[in-house]
Design a protein around this ligand. Structure first.
Ligand SMILES: [Zn+2]
Length: 826
């Protein structure tokens, strides 16, 4: 058994990212500078926001709307007519969205896949039935045909491609038929939906309601392509979950937890279970749940002055008062008096004794003559500040606006200032030899269920370790790192000030976006702040606009929260698995997760072995989610995140996978539950009522079902760590003499990547990799027309190499695999 580090196999990938950039230049960068933010209205009070259902035509519109500063991440999903989701907006912003072409839907008008038989694009009219399928096998391929049931209802998900899909005139349509069990005829023709993203044809796909499980499907294109395929099971026949053991303990978390509660419980667990748990402190403190104290004074428009304290509000900024004072005499100069924390601006007067200081003059005076109390003072937004400021009625107290307690926080519960994030590390052998799993929750502040889901998983580990055999195996064979909230500053803001806060609390905004009415839009999207496939490199889905919901930060890894993740995986290089837990949507992601919009150039697709391992792991994880209350994460919501949802430049998963070879998953927990009463899939929310409707939307039910999935991810990691078995592979058909051209393909005994040559050279890790025909499809088929010898080896997801072959140096045994396809001369 030879074992290579996965990071060796992946070494070529970051270089490839670089070469793509050299070749194409930084296309797709968000040209919208911070100043552009001011061109749209900003609500004075962002607490008056509400959630609306929206529909966008596609990724281009999504980028445009996000760049303009709208907050509409998560809960998004692809539908045949584009992308649907929720936006957190004011009534005024609804008008702006509509002006940008966004469709705002009535509350109950969300998309439902058609399950009606439909002649649609008219296969008969196109003459498809008259064409022999064998002539057109190549023009239509089935990527997926999955059957699943939930809450008593069967579903068929079909994903298929036509090689003519990019063709625009005429647009090639596709139709799917299914049988009704073995040996029954095809029928029930339905039109499929064409999925185009960033100008590129992706595939056709649909989810259909069916009462009987079909055995086979047939897909026909309007240009005459026909193919058939076998229907597979999706999340059916899952093994019993851990919770099936009657003595297994679960249901520990009894409500939403703010960061202080999460961290204090993590520390308590480490104290209570010192043999299997400890705390690792992340080295970079957050920038803090804190704000500078502010006020807007002197009038509106050109006369307004925005004043910001030098000190944080809780460190004295909130004690500062500023007063603009009118004086009766004529021709007085502008002056500033400072007494303690009281700043008095004595306004200049004109010949008639009327105030004569402009906003710019007052701002300059405050910045330079306030004894260091005020370090930022400027006109409002992009105004020149040419207006004459009005006196104030008296001293105006500056405030950091963090004292709202609108969610009932007891006095003193929310610590101000930077936070140190504890990592709860659980494992019997925390010596770096067991596969590490990083669970990172709540990068996005308003996502409360990911935190409770992660805490519930930690509780299950420590409470069942001594009594449950399966849990004991997990704890003894993995090294688990829980970050229960990776954005404590933003989370506190979400709990106590502004429930819809997504980003952290760092204000990188220039003066034009720094007035207090913008405060709920400041912050960096931590999941856009990483280094691979980033917005800084021209990838789509990260914004340069500091008030955008997807603001990527001034540079890669600008934020302590993202620096910490890199520190952790570098210090604990045994971390081989990662789950970035988000909400809501019911999706499970991996790579690629970002692309350059011009040409839709994604980060490199994982090798086929990794892709197969991701699918296999996803099926295990999601089967355990389903075991709780039949929630099904559907196959259309599983895969490379930029394939099934949208490009998110600079996300953490791309960095950890491409830089460190970590299997990096992303999860959108919650939402997308099938409601048999309405026949529709029901979306969730960021903070669903904790008990809510346990069959539909409930924070408690989501916590329990997704904790099942996290526990299964630990079992995946434990199995991976124990995998010392070499993969095997074969060429189909193999060695032999053939009368004419032969179609050949590789097959592996488990998820594994094949490196091969056909030029007589020995295969190495630099040799061509056996690839998918197209993404989300099985391995390619080689059309062999001349005698060819294939030399190859396979590497499984744990790094085991077939037949103990060493591809890195001359292996005298040359025990790679070989097969010769001999084509007889005619
Ligand atoms: Zn999120």
């Amino acid at each position: 058994m030879r074992h290579i580090q996965r990071r060796i196999a992946l070494l070529a990938l970051p270089a490839l990212v670089g070469s793509i950039l050299v070749a194409t230049g930084p296309a797709g960068a968000d040209p919208t500078g911070p100043s552009a933010a001011t061109s749209r209205s900003q609500p004075e009070d962002r607490e008056s926001v509400r959630l609306v259902q929206i529909r966008l035509t596609g990724a281009d519109m999504l980028d445009k709307v996000a760049a303009a500063g709208f907050d509409l991440e998560h809960g998004l999903r692809r539908v045949p007519t584009g992308i649907e989701g929720e936006a957190v907006v004011t009534a005024e912003q609804v008008t702006e969205l509509t002006a940008m072409g966004v469709e705002v839907l009535a509350d109950d008008a969300g998309f439902a896949w058609s399950d009606q038989a439909d002649g649609g694009i008219g296969v008969d009219a196109a003459g498809a039935r008259a064409v022999e399928p064998s002539n057109h096998q190549a023009t239509v391929r089935i990527a997926r045909a999955d059957w699943f049931t939930t809450k008593g209802q069967g579903f068929l998900y079909v994903e298929a491609r036509t090689t003519e899909g990019q063709q625009a005139d005429p647009i090639v349509g596709m139709q799917v038929e299914n049988d009704s069990g073995k040996g029954t005829p095809f029928g029930f023709a339905r039109t499929m939906s064409r999925f185009v993203d960033s100008g590129q044809y992706m595939f056709h796909r649909n989810l259909f309601k069916l009462d009987t499980r079909p055995t086979r499907i047939q897909v026909t294109s309007s240009t005459g392509g026909v193919t058939t395929g076998v229907v597979s099971n999706w999340l059916e026949n899952a093994p019993p979950p851990l919770t099936a053991n009657p003595s297994y303990k679960s249901d520990f978390v009894d409500g939403y937890k703010h960061p202080q509660q999460l961290y204090s419980r993590a520390k308590e667990i480490a104290r209570q279970y010192p043999d299997i748990a400890e705390i690792v402190y992340l080295p970079n403190q957050t920038n803090g749940y804190q704000r500078k104290a502010q006020a807007q004074l002197g009038g509106t428009g050109q006369a307004a002055v925005v004043v910001t304290s030098a000190a944080w509000g809780h460190e004295g900024g909130n004690d500062i008062t500023v007063e603009f004072v009118d004086r009766p005499d004529a021709n007085l100069p502008l002056a500033v008096e400072v007494t303690g924390k009281a700043v008095r601006v004595l306004l200049a007067t004109d010949a008639a004794g009327a105030p004569a200081s402009t906003a710019t003059q007052v701002a300059d005076a405050l910045r330079t003559r306030s004894a260091g109390l005020i370090d930022r003072a400027h006109p409002y937004r992009t105004n020149e500040g040419s207006g004459i400021v009005a006196p104030t009625a008296g001293p105006v107290a500056l405030t950091d606006f963090l004292d709202q307690k609108r969610f009932g926080a007891p006095e003193g519960e929310v610590p101000r200032g930077p936070a140190t994030i504890p990592v709860l590390r659980i494992g019997k052998h925390r010596d770096g030899k067991k596969p590490g799993v990083l669970i990172q929750a709540q990068d996005h502040a308003r996502e409360w269920v990911p935190a409770t889901t992660s805490l519930e998983s930690a509780e299950r580990l420590v409470h069942n370790y001594r009594s449950d055999r399966e849990t004991k195996k997990i704890v003894e064979n993995t090294d688990i790192f829980f970050i229960l909230s990776n954005n404590p500053d933003g989370a506190n803001y979400s709990f106590y000030n502004f429930a819809s806060q997504r980003k952290n609390m760092t204000n990188h905004c220039p003066d034009a976006s720094a007035d207090p009415a913008q405060r709920n839009s400041w912050g960096v999207d931590l999941n856009r702040n990483y280094r691979v496939g980033s917005g800084h490199d021209g990838y789509a889905g990260g914004s340069t606009n500091c008030v955008s919901g997807t603001y990527q930060g001034p540079e890669e890894l600008s934020e302590p929260e993202s620096k910490n993740i890199i520190w952790l995986v570098e210090k604990y290089s045994n971390i081989k698995f990662m789950m970035s837990v988000h909400s809501n949507g019911g999706q499970l992601f991996w790579q690629p997760g970002a692309y350059i919009a011009d040409g839709r150039i994604t980060t490199p697709r994982p090798p086929l072995g990794d892709e197969a391992f991701y699918w296999q792991s996803a099926a295990r994880i999601l089967s355990q989610v389903k075991a709780h209350r039949e929630t099904v994460v559907t196959p259309e919501n599983v895969g490379g995140s930029s394939d099934v949802l949208y490009s998110s430049a600079g996300n953490v998963r791309e960095d950890l996978y491409y830089t460190y070879g970590i299997y990096a998953f992303g999860w959108e927990v919650g939402g997308s539950v099938y409601n048999p009463a309405t026949g529709n899939w029901q979306g969730g929310s960021f903070q669903p009522e904790w008990t809510g409707n346990p069959e539909l939307v409930s924070g408690h039910a989501e916590t329990m079902e997704y904790a099942n999935g996290i526990m299964e991810m630990f079992r995946v990691a434990a199995d991976w760590g124990k995998d010392k078995k070499d993969p095997t592979s074969r060429l189909i058909p193999g060695d032999g003499k053939y009368r004419g051209p032969v179609d050949v393909r590789f097959e592996t005994s488990e998820p594994a990547t094949i490196y091969y040559t056909t030029d007589g050279s020995r295969p190495t890790l630099e040799s061509p990799r056996y690839a998918a025909t197209e993404f989300r499809e099985p391995g390619q088929v080689f059309h062999v027309t001349e005698t060819t010898t294939f030399r190859w080896f396979s590497v499984d997801s744990a790094g085991n190499i077939e037949k103990n072959y060493d591809p890195t140096k001359t292996d005298k045994r040359n025990n790679y695999r070989t097969a010769t396809i001999t084509i007889a001369k005619k």
